[in-house]
Design a protein around this ligand. Sequence first.
Ligand code: G3H
Ligand code: 13P
Ligand code: ZN
Length: 349
Amino acid sequence: MALISLRQLLDHAAEHGYGLPAFNINNMEQMLSVMAAAKKTDSPVILQASRGARAYANDLVLKHLIMAAVELYPDIPVCMHQDHGNSPATCLSAITNGFSSVMMDGSLHEDGKTPGDWAYNVAATGKVVDMAHMVGVSVEGELGVLGSLETGKGDKEDGHGFEGTLDHSQLLTDPDQAIDFVAKTKVDALAIAMGTSHGAYKFSRKPTGDILAMHVVKEINKRQPNLHMVMHGSSSVPQDLQDIINKYGGEMPQTFGVPVEEIQEGIKYGVRKINIDTDCRMAITGQIRKVFAEKKAEFDPRSYLKPAMAAMQTLCETRYQQFGAAGRASSIKAVPLADMAKRYKDGAL
Ligand code: G3H
Ligand code: 13P
Ligand code: ZN
């Protein structure tokens, strides 16, 4: 199946009431793990690459990895998405490298550390929508800055993440503004700020409503039930993965992620895309540490990458099932991007 747009996948997810994990990939092993999990559970796939991933893997290599995913698994619908594009130029270069979806993250300026104001965000995001929709590529925007409601701080991912401390008015998406932002920019999906942050160190305790603001999701959904929301920073940071890493020489301080049951609650209220990177990183790292600790004479990378891939595959299968995406791939018929472009042009989307 050819690459399809995020919009097609999220419309399908909304119609049938499920959510889709979006897994970050940087290399062949992560791509193969996601695809094997999707095949096993008959799930539609969102693969996403950050700017850091594109720099790490090289655009040409990533492009061929995507093509390999599509060719290896012709029955699985795949969307390839730019995660946290920091400018229209980044989004355009993703499109020219074969991505079928982009995120313009105008919550921060191009430097990735200064919060962008309303006018900047609307202008930059709107510009990307104008370009992307012409070729049927979908666009995710972000309103509100991701960061912890406990500390007021964000986590730096490869140079992306604000500096200093922000207050709750910046760390929580305003529901009325969210509706206005979508109307003005015409984004296909909106990432919201609700107390989640990137990385493993999200919460100092199992989150309750004061630090994981599920009410933001519900308020937005009440105002516009058909709006597709995106939860970033949504790794659950499972205790068993923390334990494996620490058992084999890691030193991760105790930490808490986003509970799966909170994500499942969000899915009932319009959350359609759930971004997961950290959990996959942890699944991989735990197994690599285990091989390093138990087989000290081993030096073939395949001996630790194979169990690492198996652990990531298991994690992905579990999330596909938990979010209700399992069993959905076979009911999706690819809409070519050119047809999506026509639908945008005709005002049908
Ligand atoms: O944006 C968050 C993802 O975890 C990507 O992380 O920029 O280190 O690739 P990265
Ligand atoms: P995690 O760090 O929680 O996996 O979030 C990833 C993410 O939001 C990528 O955009
Ligand atoms: Zn993110």
